[in-house]
Ligand binder design. Sequence first.
Ligand code: ADP
Ligand code: GLC
Length: 536
Amino acid sequence: MKVLYVSAELFPLLKTGGLADVSAALPPALSALGADVRVLLPAFAALQAGVTPIGKPVPLPAGVPLAGGPEPHTPPWLHLPPGVGPTPASAGGTAPWLRAGYVSASGQPVLLLHAPGLYEQGDHPYHDAHGHAWANSAERFAWLGWAAALLGAGLDPAWKPDVVHGHDWHTGLAFAYLHALQGDTTPARTAAARAPTRGSHRARRVFTVHNLAYQGVFAPEVRTPLGLPDALFHLQGLEFHGQVSFMKAGLQYSDAITTVSPRYAREITTPEQGCGLDGVLRERQGVLHGILNGVDQAVWNPAADPQVQPGYSANDLSGKALAKARLQRELGLHDSPQSLLCGVVSRLTHQKGLHLLGPLLDDWVARGGQLAVLGSGDADTVQPLADAAQRHPGHIALHLGYDEALAHRLVAGVDVMLVPSLYEPCGLTQLYGLRYGSLPLVRAVGGLADTVTDCSLENLDDGSASGFVFHDFSSEALHAAWRRALALYRRPADWQAVQRHAMGQCFDWASAARATLAVYQPPAPADPSTGTPPAS
Ligand code: ADP
Ligand code: GLC
């Protein structure tokens, strides 16, 4: 099975969050099960630098203008209808091209979409140094979607994907363009119309939501330069309150939707967590799947982590005590084994709930607690943490910035990983915490609820406890969970029993890949006499 996997980020070359980790781990896990996966990415500078190109560049046809002839590079078998696809001018003046290659370090096959007018500005894929979205965000990711759609429609006769699998809003337009190029053959919508209406190649369309809150919504005027026909601009299409929504395009024009935990798959069908798209998701519930992310064992393994030497395991936790002492020294915290050291590695945004900590930290320090935060983000989350670090030197450390190596040392060195999120589609740092015996303290939402079992007395008793879970999104509820963590920490034998159980939990990519391959399979053909699929 040939899979075109489309993403804006790829660890370790370009990462702003968990999306990059997933893009680096799921394709190899799919390949291990026999899939032929190529990852399509915009040629951001960091990605170009880490990819070894092979073969010749292939010019990417632009959309055919409504008035005027076809583009010179359009292969005749693509049948591009006028008015569909971004105009040459929207690429910033240079015609984009595709180049095959492989990630120099891992050998992962990739396709880079080069558009010097779009992708060579700044280091961050989404915003400038002040946090303002790039003015050409719509064009940046429309071209990514267009490249995916053309490949899905058979641009390369030697490699026609069976599946186009896009991730997050950056790839949503791929599905709208495929719809405009090939018609709606979405099984869930039109059981009778399974055959492609144009062209002979029809890839299955799978869209994954990593975070529904980021939607890629743009003014309706972008429709002309992006070549989005009026026929797509309606309630059942990509129109969202009069605007163009890339996320909604992905939700409406895909055959199947996945998201990154079973619980989040349910939550996003509710008005509370649906970010205005819960109605669409309720309609599409029959093709919506929650598949939990995994932990990349090659990257996150306390026994073989170059940042954690000597390594440690559930059977011998002595390396963990050393990791804690080293981290305390590195961050200027008092070298005190008996202090409960909590850690955070996170984007510092409202989603992550870290503003709940502000009113608690004086009390935590008074009770002998420590806190180490590594992150970057919004001033209203950063400032209270910075103030607390200034008030409590030796007890609270804030390291602003992005530092992959420190993230490993922190996850290994802390006693507790804090993830008090408002919402959390999956969350990876609680999974890393489990793997490293750093017990997660989480709010019961999304993937956090699916992966952490609270240290209630009954769960402790039956050996299923792996962390601390609170429910209300309030400082009081977080504080109560922290008090329970502190109480357990004072019972070292019980604490270590929970650590060992946590470290034995298996959140592997092979399971996620198997579930993803099942979604890639087209549903059984309908009975032509009734138009309904056979009973299974
Ligand atoms: P999200 O994708 O919502 O940001 P996840 O928990 O899924 O949250 O993934 C976050 C990823 O980014 C993890 O791999 C985490 O270790 C990493 N990360 C976040 N902030 C930093 C930072 N400041 N330095 C290093 N790694 C970070
Ligand atoms: C998003 C979510 C996070 C998830 C990650 C990877 O960024 O916020 O919960 O773990 O994607 O799927």
